[in-house]
Design a protein around this ligand. Structure first.
Ligand SMILES: Nc1ncnc2c1ncn2[C@@H]1O[C@H](COP(=O)(O)OP(=O)(O)OP(=O)(O)O)[C@@H](O)[C@H]1O
Ligand SMILES: [Mg+2]
Length: 241
């Protein structure tokens, strides 16, 4: 069953229209990417989907119909967002940040939660090494791993990532995209917001180009990657290959 459907979906900030009647789908087990320039409305989209601000139009999670009611209902339905800001607790250690991520699942047996923590440490050995370090002292890449690790403790069905590669060095970007591929192989449905169009289109099944609050192009990721306008504006001749 489809994980997410938005139709005629709009977000406004007073007089500013951030999203203007867009439609989008996330199919199960797919990576769906939304690429687009600064200010296109990408963060507004995922924040509104998560229930963090108002929208008009239709928002549905067909796999979990009740999830549209509140942000908490979405989290309970294992819909989660790794925000652009990462939202870590700087004065807390790595492991405490992770434990807090799992806390929403407090009705789950403790040993199950600990098992999941081990899984996250397997995926991110760096976090295991640094588990007692305070979050604010982590590097940008480590912070992104921590934010992603915390989201994974919820065992998400629908995982939304808002520019996970933002500000990271190429090697770390490659590692983040490897993890996205692993999650996809595990069957997690992913809505990936990215400005790194090349990496995003490689891992994605389906892609939307969002410009100025409107979807200007959509299609299979491989087709979008070969679209002349996308090649020109987002993949740039210098980045080809
Ligand atoms: N709280 C707000 N109040 C007023 N305008 C806002 C607010 N948040 C976002 N906007 C505006 O809405 C538009 C879309 O912003 P948004 O953050 O969704 O873009 P984005 O695609 O995520 O950009 P970026 O790639 O820079 O993160 C921008 O013009 C922005 O200035
Ligand atoms: Mg943004």
């Amino acid at each position: 069953m489809t994980m997410l459907e938005v139709d005629q979906f709009s977000v406004r900030y007073h007089s500013v229209v951030a999203l203007n009647k867009i439609s989008l789908r996330v199919e199960p087990g797919h990576v769906t990417t939304v690429i687009g320039p600064n200010g296109a409305g990408k963060t507004s989209l995922v924040n509104a989907i998560m229930g963090l601000h108002d929208y008009s139009g239709t928002l549905r999670f067909p796999f979990a119909p009740d999830a549209t009611r509140t942000t908490e209902a979405r989290v309970k339905a294992r819909i989660t967002l790794v925000p652009e800001s990462r939202d870590l607790f700087g004065q807390m250690s790595v492991v405490d940040n992770l434990r807090l991520g799992a806390y929403i699942d407090r009705y789950q047996p403790r040993n199950e939660r600990e098992g999941r923590l081990k899984e996250v440490f397997r995926l991110f050995p760096r976090l295991r090494e640094r588990q007692s370090q305070l979050a604010y002292t982590l590097s940008g890449g480590e912070r992104q791993m921590l934010a992603l690790g915390r989201a994974l403790l919820l065992r998400p069905y629908l995982l939304m990532l808002d520019e996970p590669s933002l500000g990271l060095a190429p090697l770390i970007v490659a590692e983040i995209f490897r993890i996205i591929q692993t999650l996809k192989d595990d069957g997690v449905s992913i809505l990936l917001i990215e400005q790194n169009a090349r990496a995003a289109l490689k891992v994605a099944d389906y892609a939307y180009v969002l410009e100025n609050g409107t979807v200007t192009l959509e299609g299979k990721a491989s087709d979008v990657a070969n679209n002349p306008r996308v090649l020109d504006s987002y993949l740039g001749l210098g980045h080809k290959g």
